[in-house]
Design a protein around this ligand. Structure first.
Ligand code: PLP
Ligand code: COI
Length: 344
């Protein structure tokens, strides 16, 4: 099948209609078979619990084309499990792991011509979405759910790609608090982050790094990605541990690569804001963000510059090369992270 006619190397991180999406319905205690749908709209009760009370959770993962034309998904089992955790927290019914895996494979098969060609730096982004669809007015969990999966070809979230960007530390506005939902992937967290991102952009920053809501003394993460840093001596990969950050699958992979491939010490622990003066490199990581190096981090009246003139720090670069090389099949997949999609 011919590929879609797109400017693959210059794709934004944006929505584009592809050929099909999938719908699975949970009703009367069981999940339906996949419904393959061509149009990209859904019909929904205007009193659905997802619309009024935010009873919704989602995921994000990518499919990559390899040099030999095969396509693989990166650690989709992890996304299946995280969706279950998100669903549990909002008292929703999540699709079983096998159903999730069937869906994400099927969505690639159905939209094969939208998988960006090898070497373009783009990927097919897959967005699984779980929403409460019962029409209700009281604040209560839905009885029925829609698990919907769509795909869109994308470039990196920050359009600059692997170019260091300016961030600030945000102490006043919060996206998550202890005991809340910051550790799961639910829409409300992103709604809460919109005004923060807008304010940061107005000040000339690409995004913020939040501090913890309780004490403001520790670093959490960014709105769409986890935070990591490299120690001054270049020997440690440091990334915050906090109950208000989303456990990133990219970060989990980077921690593993740092320890097992790059022989770095991994420090996954509460990270004090003051430690920003002790790092040699800093960055954000996530499926959409990939690795986004941080050029400078502004904190109150101070700005700490990690890198200049668009240069990427050496450890961030090595991690980037390993991770992305593995995802597109150029680096041996020795941990078994790629799941091949059956294509005919
Ligand atoms: N943190 C937040 C708040 C996110 O939305 C994401 C994106 O999914 C991440 C971190 C990165 O997670 P992952 O690497 O699993 O995509
Ligand atoms: C992802 O990285 O997959 C995400 O979901 C982040 C999102 C805010 C674009």
């Amino acid at each position: 099948m011919e590929k879609a006619n797109l400017d693959w190397s210059n794709l934004p991180f944006g929505y584009m209609k592809t050929d099909f999406h999938l719908e699975y319905y949970y009703k009367d205690g069981k999940w339906s078979e996949a419904k393959v749908v061509e149009k990209d709209t859904i019909e929904l009760s205007m009193s659905a619990t997802s619309l009024h009370y935010g009873q919704e959770a989602f995921e994000g993962l990518k499919a990559y084309e390899h040099k030999d034309g095969s396509v693989s998904l990166f650690r989709p089992e992890e996304n299946a499990r995280r969706l279950q955790k998100s669903a549990e927290k909002l008292i929703m019914v999540a699709p079983p792991e096998e159903l999730f895996l069937e869906a994400v494979e099927k969505i690639v098969q159905l939209n094969k011509r939208f998988v960006p060609p090898y070497g373009t730096g783009a990927a097919l982004y897959i967005r699984p979405l779980l929403i409460g669809i019962s029409g209700m007015l009281g604040v209560q969990p839905s009885n029925e759910y829609l698990f919907l999966v769509f795909a869109s070809p994308v470039g990196p979230y920050f359009k600059e790609g692997l170019k260091p960007l300016k961030f600030k530390i945000e102490e006043k506005m919060k996206r998550a608090a202890p005991g809340g939902t910051g550790d799961v992937k639910v829409g409300g967290n992103y709604a809460a982050s919109l005004r923060v991102s807008r304010a940061a952009r107005a000040e000339g920053f690409k995004e913020v790094i939040y501090t913890d809501a309780e004490t403001n003394q520790y670093l959490d993460e960014s709105g769409p990605a986890n935070f990591f840093a490299i120690s001054k001596d270049g020997n440690s990969y440091i990334t915050p541990k906090s109950e208000t950050i989303l456990p990133s699958i990219t970060n989990k992979s980077l921690m593993y690569l740092a320890e097992h491939d790059l022989e770095l010490t991994v420090e996954n622990r509460p990270v004090k804001v003051d430690e920003i003066y002790d790092f040699s490199e800093a960055g954000c990581c996530g499926t959409a963000a990939v690795i986004t190096p941080i050029e400078s981090l502004s904190f109150r009246d101070d700005t700490i510059v990690y890198t200049k003139d668009g240069k990427v720090g050496p450890v961030s670069q090595r991690l980037y090369d390993r991770l992305t090389g593995m995802q597109v099949g150029d680096v041996e997949d020795k941990f078994g992270w790629n799941r091949k999609v059956k294509l005919d």
